[in-house]
Design a protein around this ligand. Structure first.
Ligand code: NAD
Length: 362
């Protein structure tokens, strides 16, 4: 097997997961790491057992064929462009850009250079969502008409970080792009129009909105909704070590649920209950019926695999690169999700129903 070297740009929380995936991949020999601050770079690389390198060293080293980007959102476009122009294959964390123009630029650079580019929509590799997609594709719920997501949490991002200092509808791209992307994936259609509302902010030190109610219409009279509130659930700094955190969160205000309703049945994904289920609709002489026909649960040890499978995504993408295969989620597809995010943002800014073909989204 021909091994290649890999480099991870940004070695914070997510960067560590990217490093682990590269270290575990049988296709990777050496793993390099980059952080802008030279002292922190050396210290962090020691902790992670990888080789520190400057950006110039990484870009010039032809043995480094794969670069993954796990730095703050505003740096994605610059780093992705630099890496693609240096002939690297790139896996870049979502969001694809801080503006739609940046996301479009990333697509243009990919087309111009012919580089491999995949955006980290890791839920496509998470078992619960993969299984849901299969149930839908196999026709088990008929035609999906309604995709509802309810996401309540208590992630009071730390004060004065790149997250809390970001402005506008930052959370739509940063956090909700995953969940709008799933909605698009489940329907497998291009949205027609979007309307989104945001109530007054509750988290005072966020420079951005902290709640979003996004409604999207898809062809065939299908509707997707995403109801996101950042501050309802209990916060858990130093949670009870005798209790499983997810179990505790399942009953204290946390929700991350999808309900996908079709013409012949329905599906529920419930992260905090570690469970997903499928209903089948039937008929009787008097009324329509509904029955739960499948229920799948998973143990705490499998949490990442079922609903946050970054590691497997990365290992898989590295394999695609090493074996010369194209990216599985094209840049154009990721761009469509980013377009949906920015359409929702534009709706919140203007109070208008936004047509997906609105020239302001070009
Ligand atoms: N896919 C997911 O589920 C998921 C989850 C969390 C974060 N993310 C994404 O991962 C990225 C990083 O998030 P995080 O939580 O690890 O943030 P973080 O703040 O923990 O880490 C970011 C790191 O990048 C470094 N950095 C800053 N500027 C840089 C530059 N110009 N080049 C390289 N590194 C730079 C910072 O010093 C920091 O160590 C974000 O884009 C975020 O949206 C994705």
């Amino acid at each position: 097997m021909n091994k290649m070297n890999a480099a991870i740009l940004g070695l914070g929380g997510m960067g560590k997961t990217h490093v682990t995936a590269a270290q575990k991949s049988p296709y990777v020999d050496k793993v390099y790491g980059y952080e802008p601050d030279a002292d922190f770079r050396v210290k962090r690389c020691q902790e992670l057992d990888i080789i520190p390198a400057t950006l110039e060293e990484i870009m010039q080293d032809e043995s480094i064929k794969f670069v993954s980007i796990a730095s703050p959102n505003e740096t994605h476009i610059e780093l992705a462009e630099m890496a693609m122009r240096a002939g690297k294959s790139v896996l870049c964390e979502k969001p694809m850009g801080n503006t739609l123009a940046e996301a479009k630029h990333m697509c243009d650079i990919e087309a111009e250079t012919g580089a491999f580019l995949q955006i980290g929509f890791e839920l496509h590799y998470s078992k619960m969502y993969q299984h849901t997609k299969k149930w839908i594709s196999d026709g088990l719920i008929g035609d999906p008409v309604n995709v509802q997501c309810r996401y309540y949490c208590c992630e009071f991002h730390k004060k004065n970080t790149w997250r809390s200092n970001s402005t506008g509808s930052f959370l739509i791209g940063e956090k909700l792009s995953h969940y709008l992307d799933l909605q698009r994936w489940f329907f497998d259609k291009t949205p027609e129009n979007v309307y989104s509302l945001s109530a007054a902010k509750v988290v005072p030190y966020f420079n951005h909105r902290d709640n979003h109610q996004i409604m999207t219409r898809y062809p065939g009279n299908c509707v997707g909704t995403l109801n996101f509130i950042m501050y309802i659930a209990e916060s858990h700094t130093g949670h009870d070590p005798l209790r499983d955190l997810l179990e505790q969160q399942a009953d204290d205000g946390h929700f991350l649920q999808y309900h996908i309703c079709g013409t012949k049945g329905a599906i529920e994904n419930d992260v905090f209950r570690r469970r997903y289920r499928r209903w089948e609709f039937g008929d009787s002489p008097e009324f329509m019926t509904s029955k739960i026909v499948e229920e799948i649960t998973f143990p705490p040890a499998d949490d990442q695999i079922y609903f946050h499978n970054v590691e497997e995504q990365n290992m898989h993408v590295i394999e695609l690169v090493a074996t010369g295969k194209p990216s599985e989620m094209t840049a154009r597809e990721a761009y469509e999700t980013m377009k949906l995010c920015f359409a929702a943002e534009l709706s919140e800014d203007t109070g208008e129903l936004i047509n997906f073909n609105d020239p302001r989204l070009d």
